[in-house]
Design a binder for this molecule. Structure first.
Ligand SMILES: [Zn+2]
Length: 400
């Protein structure tokens, strides 16, 4: 059985294509334990697979003690997968990157790192730490087998391979499979990190992602020829993950170190908490703004979204004050803070806009729509800068 375990640093800039299946996967999980400061979750389908393994061997072999052995083996395999994930998570912790949680799925494990460090050397260490755990386990099992004298694997022994021998073989399988350069699997991350030491990180990611997509097509073909549905699922996740991460890295690089002030709307309307809802409705009709900061005595006291305005108009009528419709739990951003740090905050808040303040005064509003326009503009600018220098040099000198 293949074990797929990889880290999906869940950037808020990751396109919905990968974020939605991940959110769905995480939803159908329950918490098993908390170990070394990280919550471990188990997906419900994992239990189904466990029951399937037990019943299949029980019915197939008519030997329920043997079935118990198979279940124990399956659990040991996933203990190895879990330790592999802790390898990634604890290596990431060394570089100050927290892990949100680890989830065990039928296709393997997922460690959700808050982010992946920009330093390729650190990414390399984090990526390799997982398979390295399996190397240590395999070496331990190998040494144990040698100590007990069960060396020299003959064909006979392999057919009736012992528990420890099978576990050793499966750990070797985990190492080999995960080191395939199918980004964003471990081997693909190692490849990206090594490439990023010699070239621009966006280009390194694009190359790794392209190889990852080609490999995922290979996995899909292998899934059909060997009728292995798990390999098919892995193919889909590698494909989506490769595309998603490439897009996220491009967006991050387009953001650069731009502050919030560069992407915010500076021409905007505000409403007061005592204003009637009809005032906000008029502003919405006369302009293109659909969500408003609510300001009283120069301070932001709330946010009035389009949805809340409509709901309150239907409920309380147009003469009701804005304060009855506004949200009072909202995020404010500082004009000088980095856009890269601010966007995930805005996205996670669920609010359509965040007021931007400088020295306590509202100087702008940031919306996700605006931010994505800014990213597109930055990309267009970057493309323009990419004009080959030889052409510029070939232009006739400007005579002043
Ligand atoms: Zn891994």
């Amino acid at each position: 059985m293949e074990g797929f375990h990889d880290d999906w640093p869940e950037s808020q800039l990751t396109p919905p294509a990968i974020r939605l299946p991940l959110a769905w996967l995480m939803k159908w999980s329950f918490k098993l334990m908390r170990l070394w400061g990280i919550d471990v979750y188990i997906h419900y389908t994992f239990l189904l697979l466990l029951a399937f393994v037990g019943f299949r061997s029980g019915i197939h072999k008519g030997n329920w003690a043997g079935a118990l052995g198979d279940v124990a083996f399956f659990l040991s395999l996933f203990a190895c997968v879990l330790l592999h994930e802790y390898g990634h998570a604890l290596a990431a912790r060394r570089y100050g990157v927290p892990t949100r949680d680890i989830t065990l799925l039928p296709i393997g494990g997922v460690a959700r790192l808050e982010r992946m460090p920009d330093n390729p050397r650190q990414e390399l260490v984090i990526a390799i730490a997982g398979p390295l755990v399996n190397v240590v386990i395999a070496a331990g099992l190998g040494a144990g087998l040698m100590f007990t004298g069960a060396t020299g694997l003959t064909l006979d022994q392999l057919a009736g391979a012992s528990f420890m021998q099978s576990l050793l073989a499966i750990n070797v399988g985990l190492i080999l499979f995960n080191m395939l350069p199918a980004f964003p699997m471990d081997g693909g991350r190692v490849l990206r990190a090594v490439l990023a030491m010699f070239m621009d990180p966006v280009r390194a990611t694009n190359i790794a992602a392209t190889i990852g997509k080609i490999m995922s097509v290979g996995f899909l073909v292998a899934a059909f020829t060997t009728s292995n549905p798990i390999l098919g699922l892995i193919a889909v996740f590698v494909w989506l993950g490769a595309g998603g991460e490439a897009a996220a890295v491009q967006a991050r690089s387009a953001l650069g170190d731009a502050p919030v002030a560069r992407a915010m709307l500076t021409e905007f309307q505000v409403v007061a908490p005592t204003d009637p809802l009809s005032r906000a409705a008029e502003l919405m009709i006369s302009g293109s703004q659909t969500d408003f900061p609510v300001v009283a005595e120069g301070r932001v006291v709330g946010v009035l979204s389009r949805a809340d305005l409509f709901a309150a108009l239907a409920r309380a009528g147009e003469f009701a004050p804005v304060e009855q419709a506004m949200k009072t739990d909202f995020v404010t951003l500082q004009a000088a803070e980095s856009l890269e740090a601010a966007l995930p905050v805005l996205s996670a808040s669920g609010s359509p806009l965040a007021p931007v303040v400088a020295q306590g005064r509202v100087v702008g509003i940031l919306t996700l729509e605006n931010a994505s326009e800014f990213i597109s503009l930055q990309r267009a600018r970057a493309a323009n800068r990419r004009v080959p220098p030889t052409i510029a040099a070939a232009a006739p000198p400007v005579i002043r």
